[in-house]
Design a protein around this ligand. Sequence first.
Ligand code: ATP
Ligand code: MG
Length: 331
Amino acid sequence: GPLKQEDLRNLAELGQGNGGSVMKVEHIPTGIIMAKKIVLIDAKPSVRKQILREIHITHSCNSPFIVSSFGAYILDPNICICMEFMDKGSFDGIYKRIGAIPIDVVGMVAASVLEGLLYLYDVHKIIHRDIKPSNILLNSEGEIKLCDFGVSGELINSIANTFVGTSVYMSPERIQGAEYTVESDIWSLGITLIELAHGRFPFYIDDTDDEPSAQPNHDRERDIPDLLAPPLSPASRRRNRRRSKGVSLQGGSTELSILELLQQIVREPPPRLTSSEREEGKFPKTADDFVDACLIKEQQNRKPPAELLRYAWIEKTLDARVDMKMWAGSV
Ligand code: ATP
Ligand code: MG
């Protein structure tokens, strides 16, 4: 039968994002442990029904690289989405706990994300739209799966104004207002891989000049939503403010506001896995080549998932048969 709120028992809070919160729950009739995401939406009842219909499409998603869905229901004014529980959590939590992720595991993340994107795009014509460490999950079987993909056009429309505009994983063309493509997801994957391999977000610093952008300025972060994604409710402003404090965009004495960061993504050369001479030899050259390919600034020159899956780094990583189950057991 359909999922019902009264059949679910809360066990623990798994995390909070800009869009809502995620609870670990037990489905009492079956004993199945699930992750329940609660999303506050601002939409008419007819639109909500449409969102639910679209979310039910995820039911038909069946891939080892995609978190499976148990269904969704409305709990006014929220939508609750129940999905497969991934007991090792997301990769942002993992690297914040243990530090930089070993490069062969990062290679497995790359391979799994590419497989997931390929599946979503080829089979369901869905673009993920939100690739980042918190949407890449691990379980103790060592499986790596994507969650929170953009199935619902209506859901995106009804929550987009509140936070989508400020993602620091956004590609240069998206920052400039172009439509999403599967190549936009590839850019976000490149940023994500650098973040995991280094154990911190790759910020953008230009040491060669003394622009005001080198000055810490937290207040200016508040201006970003107005510029990029008006209008905002007071609640989402609060969320954004809290969020921008949570993202640490500092390195040495230089801090960037999110707006300055987005401007840099558009203007400056892309970040690289091996970003200084000091890091030379730390990562295999094939990994550098792969990340460079993900972070080509012109969308039309970036490669789609199927081609990137044939890159040497991915093939070598898969040949090496990394014991992901053992690694998952250690984190
Ligand atoms: P944002 O709102 O900016 O997208 P986010 O992805 O961190 O950020 P949520 O999608 O609400 O926010 O997820 C919050 C946290 O819940 C995640 O960081 C992850 O650790 C955890 N989580 C989400 N889905 C699952 C799941 N299926 N199994 C286990 N943990 C999950
Ligand atoms: Mg998420």
